[in-house]
Ligand binder design. Structure first.
Ligand SMILES: NC(=O)c1ccc[n+]([C@@H]2O[C@H](COP(=O)([O-])OP(=O)(O)OC[C@H]3O[C@@H](n4cnc5c(N)ncnc54)[C@H](O)[C@@H]3O)[C@@H](O)[C@H]2O)c1
Length: 339
């Protein structure tokens, strides 16, 4: 039987989730919910399902097994807490958009609530759900790289929005940091520098948002990681690159899913895996059905909450790195992450 799902938050991303649920055999889209009546009605009409204007009403009237929470708010995560907590409390499996929350205290409460209720809690950290990313993970697990030593991550995109000083790191870098953790495991220590680009009409001629960042991470396995992030790139040349080096070789994953190359330490023979021969994603949008399908598979198989890939705990772990980066910059220090 398909899993009965509702989508909360009827913006562009909520509609993307709904489209995936509609076309995936593992799910049945049964309702839309948005506190903005016009938005709820329009999305519900588009997908021919009932509209609700509060989560309480949705939960009272529909028999659901899972929900997608696609709200946004401050730093794209300020509104997730309330609907996620309501749905977890009701015993539903919840897939929440990233960032899990822009507020670390609330993020911790969400993960604790999911654990307490014994329900599955996933975050849409979709960048790791591509065939080349999975292949790179396979190489790491097979020992093709040997013992890991270094990780270099770049995520530069163009985004002129100025909602808050920490908008860039809190809203974008759950993705890059998740990719780094995907290969290198839990992080232990963090240090960061930030920089703002010039902006003619901004305060002191600068952007409000710290639009460039460099984060240094020491992982628990002693891997040394480095992220540079930016909201100041030319959108026509967005860049996402992950390089991991070990004692036996390194890989480079270019532009999220486009090309993966293995450079063995002892040989000139490279392995190049192109997107076109690995299922051929047509663009970044294809990461949504892939991630959501994996979530549905895990819910359908009855996976234990602690087996969920890109879980609430993973979403929290990247937010902890983000908050530690901010603390590091504000206090000019290296920050130890919570165990
Ligand atoms: N994973 C990705 O690659 C990716 C890409 C882009 C955006 N996102 C994330 O997707 C999320 C949504 O983005 P968007 O652009 O669609 O946002 P949006 O602001 O257009 O839509 C959010 C909707 O949520 C509704 N809402 C707020 N609180 C609510 C509540 N308590 N109950 C019901 N509805 C509520 C709002 O009225 C609004 O219509 C953000 O968290 C963003 O970070 C993820």
């Amino acid at each position: 039987m398909p899993i009965k799902v509702a989508v909360i938050g009827a913006g562009g991303i909520g509609r993307t989730h709904a489209g995936v649920y509609r076309s995936d055999n593992l799910s049945e889209l049964v309702a839309f919910c948005d506190i903005d009546k016009t938005r709820a009605d329009a999305a519900a009409a588009q997908f021919n399902v009932p509209a609700y204007y509060s989560v309480a009403d949705l939960l009272k009237n529909e028999k659901l097994e899972a929900v997608s929470v696609c709200t946004a708010g401050m730093e794209n995560g300020g509104h997730h807490f309330e609907p996620v907590m309501q749905c977890l409390e009701a015993g539903l499996d919840v897939l929440c958009e990233k960032p899990i929350s822009n507020n670390i205290v609330e993020a911790r409460q969400m993960v604790a609530k999911a654990k307490g209720k014994g329900v599955r809690f996933g975050i849409n950290l979709n960048h790791r759900f591509t065939p080349p990313a999975a292949k790179a993970k396979e190489w790491v697990l097979e020992g093709k790289l040997g013992d890991l030593l270094l990780c270099n991550m770049t995520m530069w995109i163009g985004n002129p929005n100025e909602s808050s000083p920490w908008f860039h790191i809190r809203a974008l870098h759950p993705h890059s940091l998740d990719i780094m953790r995907f290969y290198c495991g839990p992080a232990k220590k963090v240090h960061a520098f930030f920089n703002r680009s010039p902006k003619a009409d901004g305060p002191n001629g600068k952007r409000v948002c710290w639009s460039n960042v460099q984060v240094n991470i020491l992982f628990a396995n002693q891997v040394v990681g480095h992220l540079t992030g930016s909201y100041d790139a030319n959108p026509a040349h967005n860049l996402e690159r992950c390089e991991v080096m070990g004692t036996n070789g390194r890989f480079v994953l270019d532009n999220c899913f486009e090309e993966l190359t293995l450079y063995p330490r002892q040989s000139q023979e490279l392995t190049v895996v192109r997107n076109s021969i690995m299922g051929g994603l047509t663009g970044f949008g294809d990461t949504f059905p892939r991630r959501i399908h994996r979530w549905l598979e895990q819910v359908n198989e009855g996976a234990r909450p602690d087996q969920i890939e890109a879980s609430g705990a993973d979403g929290l772990a990247v937010q902890e790195i983000i908050e530690a980066s901010i603390q590091s910059w504000e206090n000019n220090c290296v920050v130890d992450l919570p165990e």
